[in-house]
Design a protein around this ligand. Structure first.
Ligand code: NAP
Length: 452
């Protein structure tokens, strides 16, 4: 049962209890002064005179709101279904509501509920036992305020960990030549860890190694391994080689950290059926197989020392439907659940597992968009992730992403609205691609001068 229907059920049960058991419950409890001072000529809807022996049942004012809320969400799902049906040839649209209007309805439905739960009881009622819903409101309020308090205390008491001492000397970072992976490699080296960087392009690996060594403190070592995670024929040989390297690192100070960062996505959001199979499978291989096999190879060495940490870089899109990025979102959902399950397993052998779910991070993979309110820098993202390592199983490290993710997941975005917004992005990206194509062909034409 979801929240609104649970609420309605509770109110209905409370109404029954109220009708039958008011002497048992209601009369035993002290009544607030407001109720005692009421006289019959000043009735307030929802409040009754203190000692009216058989006051007729007045439906709680917010019961109507709740039923309406539930009806709204049901209507929204119904309309979404209708729309899907209506888009099929031969069946015409019925209700004519736009996606935006449905999204608005869902928003109203979902936001009204917590408001009604928290405020309704205060506004409408005075007697506790007759209204279990009052408790639900209080519990909601208590949970939210405890969470806010916990977050505040947690933020204020965060301490910077001595990573090599707590986890071990070496960190392994995949996808380390650019964006988030590169930022992890630099930050961990700054904090005194030696790094094994893994990526696709050997030249970029050498450049990253030189950059890290130039800025890192004395004693930090960097090693490189080149591997394309889409390349299935070479995969077994690579993981054998990785096991050998890991065994050597295990003897030279231990593997303290594994950052499974490598990930890939379609260039432009696209309908699943329109994508080439090879592209779909590459996403699965890099995101899922890469994460699982890297973890399988490295984890036994950490378990042997009963120390270590694994950070899996996922995505906010793995927490809710993301139409037109379906394979990517599904692989990230896999990483989320894989990591969260592993978190509780690995805890028993002294290993911290955390899945970090960003939305927009300013990286070459995200066209280097300048950092802004919703778009953090990779450095900031890495620092925020490391600061909560060991505390959670899953986290939106950047606060704006946490707010956005909660709104998207719990309140705001209907899958239909998400489809509409992703489709807009797709159209823009396709138009841009087309423009680039035209520009380059016109440049080529201009460069070509036929012999006189
Ligand atoms: N940036 C964001 O806004 C964002 C949002 C949500 C999730 N994420 C996730 O964060 C992670 C990093 O993203 P990013 O934006 O930092 O990426 P990026 O800037 O594009 O960097 C990707 C890195 O992975 C390597 N790589 C890509 N494909 C590879 C392959 N097949 N085999 C081996 N290495 C490969 C690249 O190596 P080369 O340089 O050699 O190509 C590069 O080092 C990904 O898992 C992504 O899904 C990012």
């Amino acid at each position: 049962m979801n929240h609104p229907s649970a609420g309605v059920a509770l109110v209905l049960v409370s109404s029954c209890v109220r009708g039958r058991g008011r002497v048992v419950a209601g009369d035993l409890l002290p009544r607030p002064r407001l109720a005692e001072n009421l006289n019959s000529s000043h009735r307030v809807p929802g409040l009754r005179r203190n000692n009216a022996p058989h006051a007729p049942f007045v439906p709680p004012p917010f019961l109507g709101c709740l039923v309406l809320t539930r009806a709204c969400s049901t209507l929204v799902s119904f309309l979404q279904e209708k729309r899907v049906v209506a888009q099929r040839p031969g069946i015409s649209s019925t209700m004519g509501l736009d996606v935006k209007e449905k999204a608005l309805l869902t928003f109203i439905a979902k936001v009204t509920f917590p408001l009604v739960v928290v405020m309704g009881p205060f506004v409408a009622y005075t007697r506790i036992w007759e209204y279990p819903f009052w408790f639900l409101g209080l519990i909601t309020f208590a949970v939210l305020s405890t969470k806010a308090l916990y977050y505040l205390v947690e933020r204020l008491t965060r301490r910077r960990k001595d990573l090599p001492r707590e986890y071990g000397k070496w960190a392994i970072v995949t996808g380390a030549t650019s964006g988030i992976g590169e930022a992890f490699a630099h930050e961990l080296a700054q904090r005194g860890m030696s790094i094994l960087i893994i990526s696709r392009t050997p030249a970029k690996l050498e450049k990253t190694k030189a950059d890290i060594l130039r800025n890192a403190p004395e004693g930090v070592e960097v090693e490189v391994l080149a591997f394309d995670f889409t390349c299935m024929p070479k995969a077994d040989a690579f993981y054998l080689r990785l096991r050998e390297v890991a065994a050597s690192l295990h003897k030279r100070g231990g593997i303290g950290m594994l950052i499974n960062n490598v990930g890939t996505n379609v260039e432009v959001p696209e309908f699943f059926h329109a994508l080439p199979e090879s592209e779909v499978l590459d996403i699965v291989r890099v995101n899922v197989e890469g994460t699982v096999r890297m973890t399988r190879t490295v984890l036994p060495f950490m378990a042997d020392r009963r120390a270590g940490a694994i950070i899996n870089v996922s995505s906010g899109s793995g927490n809710h439907p993301t139409p037109l990025l379906s394979t990517y979102a599904a692989t990230k959902a896999f990483i989320n659940e894989f990591s969260r399950s592993l978190h509780y397993e690995a805890k028993h052998v002294g290993i911290d597992v955390l899945v970090a779910t960003p939305y927009y991070v300013s990286t070459p993979g995200m066209y280097n968009k300048p950092p802004g309110l919703l778009n953090c820098s990779s450095h900031r993202f890495v620092q925020d992730t490391l600061s909560v390592l060991g505390r959670y199983d899953s986290v939106y490290p950047y606060i704006a992403h946490a707010i956005l993710g909660t709104l998207m997941d719990k309140y705001w975005a209907t899958p239909a609205a998400l489809f509409k917004s992703m489709n807009k992005t797709r159209m823009r990206a396709l138009a841009k691609k087309q423009q680039q194509k035209e520009d380059s062909s016109s440049t080529q034409k201009a460069a070509y001068r036929p012999a006189a």
